[in-house]
Design a protein around this ligand. Structure first.
Ligand code: V47
Length: 388
């Protein structure tokens, strides 16, 4: 059955009078949301500034239910981080290591392929592959890595390499981004994750990740990927030195690119984890900030099909609450997460399908196992089938 046909109830006509707020600035925004009109940058600022977070959440939930009813997506995936060696030294990052650092690692190809097969009892439908910008590993290493994975796991979708890694690999190989993407596709890359976007505003980017491509280049790389037919995700790192205007600017730049290409599937707001980073004097985000960020994302990104509450970053408890504040996706089983755990995350390394379904069901939602492209997945004991 098509996933959309499985929506449990028609939410298109939730009564407007159900909306209540004590914040008069939210009234005109609510009217626009009900009329399915696009919100402006000023609306975004008002949503961030409002103390009536429940009203902001109500609006986001309204949109979420209009789009997806109760359906809530998750997948069975595995993260693979082939190396943490990185030429960049971003202040936001606790994962990267300089070449020669004893804590640095780089997997041999066999090791990466073995890692892919390890640590799970259910057949994964997705490999999520990201890593450091290694100074010596050529594009061919990554092509071989992906080719080897496809050969060993032909049914598994390969979601690999952020726009930052793609731009870096292209530069190293002296190829255009387009040529690099075509080679990656030939090797077996199916889509791209949303990392590396951080915050597009140059003032912030120059402090938290000055070694990375700038915001324009991130967007341009995504534009090229979408033009070639790849789907990708997009992220935003919040909760460090950015302000509300930087967040709104970031979201509206993504919305504008999505109007142009339609290539984004999911937006994932990522809360900054300061531990073990040069920014460890900053406080961690609060639950309310995380919940509001989900809601504002759902409201401003009217052309993004999905908003993901990444449970590894938010904790399963907050991610579950986010399912009633605009999020319709929890990400997946993950199995082995490094980037957040190096930065002090205390969440488990992975969750089972059963645990994800329980979180979703207890939030009053309907769990749908999806593949990376949001097609529903049906399982037998050892394998899975994707609805096409
Ligand atoms: O780009 C790095 C962030 C991202 C820290 O596309 C940090 O489905 C917080 O992009 N504190 C990588 N965040 C993770 C990522 C992702 C995760 C889950 C799903 C998807 C998807 C993508 O993690 C990086 C950066 O923005 N990050 N260090 C830190 N200390």
């Amino acid at each position: 059955m098509a996933v959309q046909a499985m929506k449990t109830r028609d939410q298109s006509a939730a009564p407007a009078h159900a909306f209540r707020t004590y914040d008069p600035r939210l009234e005109p925004i609510a009217a626009k949301v009900m009329a399915q009109q696009r919100l402006s940058a000023n609306d975004g600022l008002a949503l961030y500034a409002s103390s009536d977070v429940l009203a902001v959440g109500w609006l986001a939930n309204h949109v979420r239910e209009r789009m997806h009813g109760d359906l809530t997506y998750f997948n069975v995936n595995r993260h693979i981080n082939p190396t943490n060696v990185c030429v960049a030294a971003c202040k936001l990052c606790a994962f990267g290591r300089k070449k020669g650092d004893p804590a640095g690692y780089t997997m041999a190809l066999d090791e990466a392929w073995e890692t892919a097969a390890s640590g799970y009892s259910e057949a994964v439908t997705e490999f999520h592959i990201v890593g450091g910008l290694h100074p010596d590993l050529p594009l061919e290493f990554f092509l071989d890595l992906v080719q080897g994975l496809k050969k060993r796991f032909p049914k598994v979708h390969i979601k690999a390499f952020t726009m930052v890694e793609i731009a870096f690999l292209a530069r190293r190989a002296k190829l255009s981004v387009e040529e690099t993407l075509l080679k990656l596709r030939e090797a077996g890359v199916d889509s791209m994750p949303g990392g590396g976007a951080e915050i597009f505003a140059a003032r912030v980017r120059s402090i938290i990740c000055d070694h990375k491509i700038d915001g324009e280049e991130w967007l341009e790389t995504a534009r090229t990927a979408h033009r070639l037919g790849f789907k990708s995700n997009a992220t935003m790192l919040y909760g460090h030195i950015e302000n509300d205007a930087d967040r709104v600017d970031h979201l509206l730049k993504l919305r504008a690119l999505q109007d142009e290409t339609g290539g984004f599937q999911t937006f994932i707001p990522l809360a900054f984890h300061p531990e073990n980073t040069p920014l460890d004097h900053l406080p961690v985000t609060t639950g309310l900030t995380d919940i509001r960020q989900i809601a504002v994302s759902r409201l401003l990104l009217d052309n993004f099909p999905h908003i993901k509450a990444y449970w590894q970053m938010m904790t399963p408890k907050i991610a579950q609450i986010a399912l009633r504040f605009g999020a319709d996706d929890l990400d997946g089983t993950v199995i082995e997460e490094k980037i957040y755990h190096d930065a002090g995350a205390t969440t488990p390394q992975g969750l089972t399908r059963k645990e994800l379904c329980r979180l979703i069901t207890e939030a009053g939602r309907v769990p749908i196992e999806r593949d990376t492209l949001y097609r529903s997945v049906t399982r037998s004991e050892e394998s899975f089938t994707v609805a096409v």
